[in-house]
Design a protein around this ligand. Structure first.
Ligand SMILES: [Zn+2]
Length: 144
């Protein structure tokens, strides 16, 4: 059986997943960590204003809300279970004035950081258009 040797070397510079996700969680550019990732609440900037890294290649889609729902759901259910076990007969209105607002506010607070982390993860893994070599035309985004 002939032995094949891979002669194609990977010349792409390595990207740190942890650093990119952390920079994204801080709402900063996954590449330089200095520029802003978002141009509005959840709208990712087209490119970093500091290093020029193209950020419009991301496809976070519904993944950040799924993560937010999982995290907030566990917090809400945990607090409700604690209240039910620690106190006798918790009135329903207490849940209405605490858990319902928390169910709205906590996802809104956490979504930008979670979306930033997802975009950072996609950038570090060169997903979608973040890998210039995989694009048909490097000057164009990879959208069909
Ligand atoms: Zn940057």
């Amino acid at each position: 059986m002939p032995v094949t040797v891979n002669t194609v070397s990977d010349t792409k510079p390595p990207r740190s997943l942890g650093k990119a996700v952390w920079n994204g969680m801080k709402l900063r550019c996954p590449h330089c960590g200095k520029g802003h990732m978002f141009k509005s609440f959840l709208k990712v900037a087209d490119q970093c204003e500091v290093c020029g890294e193209e950020l419009f290649h991301h496809r976070a889609d519904d993944f950040p809300p799924y993560i937010s729902i999982i995290i907030v759901g566990h917090v809400i259910v945990g607090v409700m279970l604690h209240l039910e076990l620690a106190y006798d007969d918790v009135a329903p209105w207490i849940y209405m004035v605490t858990m319902v607002p928390a169910s709205v506010i906590l996802p809104l607070i956490s979504l930008p950081s979670i979306k930033g982390a997802v975009v950072g993860m996609q950038w570090a893994n060169r997903m979608f258009g973040f890998d210039a070599a995989s694009r048909r035309d490097p000057g164009l985004p990879s959208y069909p």
